[in-house]
Design a protein around this ligand. Sequence first.
Ligand code: GLY
Length: 368
Amino acid sequence: MTIVPVALGARSYDIRIEAGLIARAGDILAPFSRGRTMAIVSDENVRPHLAALQASMEMSGIASEAIVLPPGEATKSWAQLEALTDRLLDLGIERGDHVIALGGGVIGDLVGFATSILKRGCGFIQIPTTLLAQVDSSVGGKTAINSRAGKNLIGAFHQPAMVLIDPQVLDTLGPRDLRAGYAEVVKYGLIDDPEFFAWCEANGAALLAGDPAARAYAIARSVTAKARIVAEDERETTGKRALLNLGHTFGHALEAETGFSDKLLHGEGVAAGMALAFGFSVAQGICPGADADRVAAHLRDTGLPHDLASAGIAASGETLVAHMLHDKKMDAGTLPFLLARGIGQSYLDKTVSLDDVAAFLDRQHVPA
Ligand code: GLY
């Protein structure tokens, strides 16, 4: 088993990674159960993993109660939050209990937020079942639901007590979701680890084809990077954690333009967004063109969107920039951007002109 610590003082916790971990999780969860029934929140898509988890818990003498929610982004709502907190209260969950979130980012975000407010905060454990949740959203304590005004606008920082990652569950994840999660893996190379980006270029195809060693390595390296960044800047106040948003500002505009729908998954938006962030950095004279070409080529080779056309976006630069103004990273009326001086050299730039961004995006529609 690989264990990656997240060093956050009194809120420190471990990320445990091992193939087949869900079916063996009972003994690891036992110290958290305190002899009481543990609630597991999950969704319809992960029922087989839920059955394996409950069987393992039963073998370890832990009683569990499953709450199975509808899959999909719509579950991150006030209505589902209310229903979930009512249900957890009915179950008699105490502050010292740990609720298990078994699922992708939707379940992790909802359960994290619900437990941040239940009785002013109780414990929770993340067992992420998508690549995106395994390498990004399950680690670091960002929790949220969506509101009328936008995605993830209502939430809290609430760290899990443990993260259990079973790479074997990826065998049952659809190829499109796998690729979308892989975009967040590539992100860690582009932020500050050029050697890891080179590893992705050499091994990304094997990872996507199901190579267990490549998956385990990429997950461990990704969460190690995330744990380091989160430990340095838990609440995104120094700018360090903001690096994890590489590609997200451009990506957010593309997702908004496609109505946050299945037309463009979050990870796909991030992929195209990273290529655009590199392209814009080149246009600003900050980044060598060869680096941006490498980024776009790798995303293209792995079947991910890597420009506006492959992301299915025909909107003008002005329209896309208007979407960016609803970004929750807006700060005193300006929008900080993650740009890059090269692969593995990302930085936060607070001086970007939105007119330049709009003009750059318009130029992306011109056929080569
Ligand atoms: N996904 C960005 C962060 O956790 O900060």
